[in-house]
Design a protein around this ligand. Structure first.
Ligand SMILES: Cc1ncc(COP(=O)(O)O)c(C=O)c1O
Length: 134
């Protein structure tokens, strides 16, 4: 990485992940397969849910979670503007409008003091919070 760059994420890929990915490729299951079902079951158990649904990426997960919350065309969803475009896109995919709010200078996350100041004026409100630069 070049000097002066601020890494927004640092992936942790160890031998366990490399072995699991290799096993999946070697199994011939490159879409839904037994490993996905096993992951869904383990994840559901971990979060204490009867059901869990694996999706292909974070964009799909955000989209589905907003649909599950009942976000509909005309709704307004609070989020931040300095996230990856998928954050705002997932709101738009529901036909809703992203409402970008202030972030805190120290944490770069939604500023709890000012970020929700205009929320009372919004029609239907949800928040997609993004934890940045941890
Ligand atoms: C905050 C945030 N949300 C969503 C995404 C989209 O993830 P994906 O590429 O898995 O759809 C990213 C990708 O970097 C992200 O940083």
């Amino acid at each position: 990485m070049s000097q002066g760059m601020i890494p927004i994420t640092k992936p942790t890929i160890g031998n366990e992940e490399i072995v699991a990915a290799t096993q999946a490729l070697q199994s011939g299951w490159v879409s839904q397969g037994p490993a996905v079902a096993k992951f869904e079951e383990a994840f559901g158990e971990y979060v204490g849910s009867k059901h869990a649904c694996a999706v292909s990426n974070c964009t799909a997960a955000l989209h589905l979670s907003l649909l599950a919350l009942g976000i509909r065309p005309g709704d307004e969803v609070i989020t931040v503007s300095h996230s990856f475009i998928a954050t705002a896109n997932s709101i738009r995919y529901c036909g809703a409008t992203p409402v970008f709010v202030d972030i805190c200078r120290d944490t770069l996350n939604i500023d709890p003091a000012t970020g929700f100041a205009g929320a009372a004026q919004l029609s239907e409100v949800a928040v997609v919070a993004v934890a940045m630069f941890e």
